[in-house]
Design a protein around this ligand. Structure first.
Ligand code: HEC
Length: 206
């Protein structure tokens, strides 16, 4: 495994590291684990280094096992919402055909992936979106008919953009990746995914 793949695993490990209760005694402290991880990935490019270190929201979610008390959850929502970068023209609908390609693609962030090629949204890994694609994950709810269920409203387009850009702005300690916040997807790619879910002509709404 190369350093980049390892960094991904390390980030995952840190974000899911349980805060041990009194009854779950460990001989290794959280600080020791963090020291070992930091030492093992000390020569990463800065953008990956940032992913190995937990931000405040990840620390809060680890500490409370993804079930933070209301004041902490409210603070997460406010903090994460403030990170959202909106399309300059406030238009949230891109091209659903590009969105569908992106939703099907798990390209990006893996060993050997070319950062110039652009990453995929990989939405099908966790969601059903269309009836034509029968291979999908079920960690997230089915998004079949999403736009229709929202009456194709402009307000729902904006909410969906925010949800994809940074799910923690809608649900504290969400299990969905922060695609825009982590610069994994671009503003235009997120607009294409909004169109996939919200365009009446998209297979999601047929
Ligand atoms: C790693 C799994 C995972 C991936 C990948 C993922 N999601 Fe999610 N998503 C979830 C989960 C889990 C939820 C349920 C609420 C939560 O935890 O945020 C969710 C919730 C949602 C919701 C809200 C649904 C509702 O009932 O209101 C939307 C919309 C959504 N995801 C869109 C997307 C899109 C678009 C993509 C691709 C860019 C995507 N998701 C990728 C896991 C994922």
């Amino acid at each position: 495994m190369n350093r980049i793949a390892c960094a991904g695993l390390a980030a995952l490990a840190l974000s899911t590291l349980p805060a041990l209760g009194a009854e779950e005694k460990s001989t290794v402290s959280r600080e020791q684990v963090e020291r070992v991880v930091a030492a093992a990935w000390s020569k990463l490019p800065p953008e990956l280094q940032a992913r190995v270190e937990q931000d405040q929201t990840m620390r809060d979610c680890s500490q409370y096992h993804n079930d933070p008390p209301k004041p902490v959850a409210d603070a997460i929502l406010v903090r994460e919402k403030a990170t959202i970068v909106y399309p300059p023209d406030n238009q949230f609908m891109g091209d659903w055909k590009k969105g569908e390609k992106s939703a099907l693609s798990g390209y990006g962030g893996r060993m050997g992936d070319d950062p110039q090629r652009g990453n995929g949204g990989n939405c099908y890994a966790c969601h059903q979106l269309t009836t034509s694609e029968i291979s999908f994950g079920t960690l997230g709810p089915s998004l079949l008919g999403y736009g229709r269920a929202k009456d194709f409203s402009p307000a729902a387009q904006k909410e969906l953009y925010e949800r994809i850009y940074n799910p923690q702005s809608a649900l504290a300690c969400s299990n969905m990746p922060r695609f825009g916040h982590n610069k994994f997807l671009t503003v235009d790619q997120i607009k294409d995914l909004v169109a996939l879910l919200m365009d009446p002509n998209s297979p999601v709404n047929k």
